[in-house]
Design a binder for this molecule. Structure first.
Ligand SMILES: [Zn+2]
Length: 821
């Protein structure tokens, strides 16, 4: 070895020792996993991810990992706090600052306010892969954490000093394993990169990101506590993936329409931050970044939409997907066919899509690189404009607590029955940090109810509604003690309005006169969905000093008020509402049906026993010996009968109930069984049983009729046992659902029709005449049995509690049938 060579050798040795020394103190993801996160055809499952974060916690004084609790299937749900060492050591202090900024009533002196702004840190929450097939971000989280834990450059130091990152590697740990396990199982088979045939959240599947105000799921409950009881992040970034063939990356500004309850300042801040991300991606040489398209801010209930109603910034990114962790090939033809609201196609440049991506191979590594830049970009903004973010957050809260003209509060009057629904409604508000008071002395209040009126001539033509709800004339009434009142003058004013007001989705039509599809649902008004009366309070006679009110701290206080069994641990305390023992089967195929998952959720929550019925059970037959009632949740006849096509999935996940299953189902009903169908599944029953009913909305163009995710009124025949104890008018959830006419002499008992007039209660409805007066819920005798057809979704997303009694009543009468025999 020459002298020169040996000195180079020495240098290399020295370098590798330095690197080795660092890597022994702070482990890289590769040193733990054996691969770099994002490498083609590799995936870390949940225990690997949590193991890595535990090691990082031990090795780095910039990282503190907390377990929030357990997921639905009992995996640990974790959050990693990442910040400068001195901030990590003082987390309780910063949490207190956040709690004061979130509620300006806690700040009494100007100086104190200045001190909070001077000392506070911007808290940023980043959540990865809530949708488990959008898997790359969960892998990315380890790399992001590692780089923030080890980097020494000035930019990273500024981020660490001025921000506290709450990094959630996934809010759906169960789903990460469902996807990772299938991915490993199918690697090197023709099915490599296929999405799982089961829901990737035990109950909700993809709808796990539609639960952020209802809080049905353990995961949303735990993270809501972290975010809106404890930490109040100023910025929430939710990292997603979209389809493979469109833009490479979506980032806000969002598309129209905006939710009218979101502060314009927040919309501007969201847009500003999105443009920063887009510019940083462009500067780094990435193509195909899209803004102002497809995704809107109308709906409530998403990880990134809930923050707007807590005065915080919610950012969404959607990277184009590969095939899970395998590369995908995307052609120019595929890009050219990809069009959406705000983007003609993915090959043409425009102001909001200036640099189309030129087709080719698309790898998990590309997704990860864009997500890393995006996360960095958001953290940089937060760090550079620290005081502005803290001040804006505080100011929004301050504006909300000011007294304003118009509605003062919402009221949930005592004594309306439906105690479990009242307890759930009030409980979910308390769990979100909304202030709810119990009246310990009666009050006198001016009460009003919002109604939608048809007065706009253009909308009138389409049978739809004007954009403003008006109030019924109000009058002073005595409000009994034991009622609950939710004042609007509180930091979460906009959240209360967004949950209690009827939504009036604007008429948005395409150039061809068809309805422009909203990104998600158009209406969700919570008291309506739950069948709970909640009038608006326009004024209160008693001055503030004469009222006797108690602020609720725990949902169990409401249960105690209503003499309901208390919740203790994970068990749902609700008593089974089905009056007789009944053997219920709920059909479960391999086509990942969220409606089926939510049905199980509702049955588990109400402690109604059931069995999941698989394709093999249906094909085997002898159903009458096992079940009194079979439920088919909303899915098409093709999905039920044929399932996944042969060759599209590993063989065990293909095929449906087949003709043999249909034959057994017919035998079950003619022997006296009850078949219950929800929405789309009714088509199967009508066709296979040749029922004298017709879905009048089938094949109707959206220029004639359109009603996406909205609440509509039913006229109910409550003399029918299936409608027993229900009011004569019930709100029901309609989501591109069904309406029926029956043949004149048909033996069809109609239980509910869509209301004759003013059928829309919240959301969007075009072509009211197509819906009003049509059959919404009916039963038909077949042989010794019965078929019950729900045109709507009686348990939609676990939210539509107003219509659950129809299900329990139907099952109670199914039990009657068998006990008589
Ligand atoms: Zn997603």
């Amino acid at each position: 070895m020459t002298k020169r060579l040996s000195s180079i050798f020495f240098l290399i040795l020295l370098l590798s020792i330095t690197t080795a020394a660092q890597s022994t103190t702070i482990p890289s993801p590769k040193s733990v996993l054996g691969f770099n996160p994002g490498d083609d055809r590799t995936v870390a499952g949940w225990s690997q991810i949590t193991d890595y974060f535990e090691r990082l916690d031990r090795a780095s004084d910039r990282v503190l990992v907390q377990t929030l609790g357990q997921s639905t299937l009992k995996r640990p749900l974790i959050v990693a706090f990442i910040s400068a060492r001195e901030n990590i050591l003082a987390l309780p202090k910063y949490k207190e600052i956040q709690q004061q900024l979130a509620d300006p009533r806690k700040i009494t002196q100007n100086l104190q306010h200045d001190r909070l702004l001077a000392n506070g840190k911007v808290v940023v929450a980043i959540s990865c892969s809530i949708h488990s097939t959008e898997i790359v971000a969960s892998q990315m989280s380890m790399q992001l954490a590692y780089e923030l834990a080890t980097a020494q450059d000035a930019d990273t130091r500024e981020i660490l000093q001025n921000t506290i990152l709450m990094l959630i590697p996934s809010p759906n740990p169960d789903g990460i394993d469902i996807v990772a396990n299938l991915y490993r199982k199918t690697l090197n088979t023709p099915y490599e990169g296929k999405e799982p045939p089961e829901l990737y959240h035990h109950y909700a599947g993809h709808d796990d990101n539609r639960d952020w105000f209802m809080l049905n799921l353990k995961e949303t409950q735990l993270i809501t506590r972290l975010l809106w009881h404890d930490w109040f992040p100023q910025i929430v970034y939710d990292v997603h993936q979209q389809g493979s063939n469109g833009s490479r990356f979506f980032i806000p500004p969002f598309y129209d329409p905006p939710n009218p309850n979101i502060s314009p300042l927040l919309l501007r801040q969201v847009g500003l931050m999105g443009h920063k991300v887009a510019a940083d991606l462009q500067a780094a040489g990435f193509k195909g970044v899209l803004t102002n398209a497809l995704y809107d801010t109308w709906w409530h209930g998403g990880f990134r939409t809930a923050p707007y109603f807590h005065n915080s910034i919610g950012i969404l990114s959607e990277a184009a997907s590969a095939r899970l962790m395998s590369p995908a090939t995307v052609t120019t033809e595929q890009l050219a066919r990809s069009s959406t609201r705000g983007m003609r196609n993915a090959t043409e440049s425009s102001t909001n899509f200036p640099d189309p991506w030129p087709a080719g191979q698309w790898r998990p590594r590309d997704i990860m690189a864009m997500e890393m830049i995006s996360a960095r970009s958001i953290l940089e903004m937060a760090a550079k404009f620290r005081v502005e973010y803290l001040r804006n957050f505080y100011e929004l809260g301050r504006t909300n607590i000011e007294d304003k003209e118009g509605p003062q509060a919402y009221l949930i009057p005592a004594g309306q029955g439906r105690d479990e629904a009242v307890a759930k409604l009030v409980g979910t508000l308390v769990d979100q940090g909304v202030e709810v008071y119990r009246l310990d002395r009666e009050l006198h209040a001016l009460l009003a109810t919002p109604i939608l009126r048809r007065t706009n001539p253009v909308a009138e033509k389409l049978g739809s509604y004007r954009r403003l709800a008006s109030l019924t004339s109000s009058q002073m009434q005595e409000v009994p003690l034991g009622s609950y009142i939710i004042f609007l003058a509180q930091p979460q004013r906009t959240n209360v309005l967004a949950l209690f007001e009827p939504q009036i989705y604007p008429n948005r039509l395409t150039g061809q006169g068809e309805a422009e599809r909203p990104y998600d649902v158009a209406g969700w008004t919570l008291p309506l969905q739950m069948g709970v009366e909640a009038p608006v309070v326009m004024g209160i006679r008693e001055p503030a000093g004469e009222r006797k009110l108690t602020l609720l701290k725990d949902p169990n206080e409401v249960r105690a008020d209503l003499a309901l069994p208390l919740k203790n641990g994970d068990e749902s305390p609700i008593k089974n509402p089905v009056k007789q023992p009944v053997r219920v089967g709920i059909y479960k195929g391999w086509t990942s049906n969220m409606d089926e998952g939510w049905t199980r959720y509702i049955f588990d929550t109400f402690n109604v026993p059931y069995t999941s019925v698989r394709d093999t059970d249906m094909k085997q037959g002898a159903l009458s010996s096992k079940f009194d009632a079979l439920i088919f949740t909303s899915q098409s006849a093709t999905q039920i009968i044929n399932g996944n096509g042969v060759g599209t999935m590993p063989q065990e996940y293909t095929g449906g109930i087949t003709e043999a299953g249909v034959k057994n189902l017919k035998e079950f009903v003619s022997n006296g069984g009850m078949l219950i169908c929800f929405d789309n599944a009714c088509d199967m029953a009508i066709k296979e049983f040749n029922l004298p009913l017709k879905n009048t909305l089938e094949g109707v163009r959206s220029s004639e009729f359109y009603c996406p995710g909205s609440i509509v009124a039913l006229d109910v025949d409550n003399k029918n046992p299936i409608a027993s104890m229900l009011p004569s008018s019930v709100p029901a959830y309609f989501i591109n659902s069904s309406a029926y006419t029956a043949a004149a002499d048909a033996n069809v008992r109609v239980i509910a029709r869509y209301a004759k007039e003013n059928v829309l209660l919240s959301g969007w409805l075009l072509g009211e005449d197509k819906l009003s007066g049509q059959i919404a819920l009916a039963e038909v005798n077949v042989g010794k049995g019965r078929i019950v057809l729900f045109g709507f979704r009686p348990q939609h997303r676990g939210q539509a509690w107003a219509t659950l009694p129809f299900i329990w009543n139907a099952l109670s009468t199914a039990a009657n049938n068998t006990s008589e025999e």
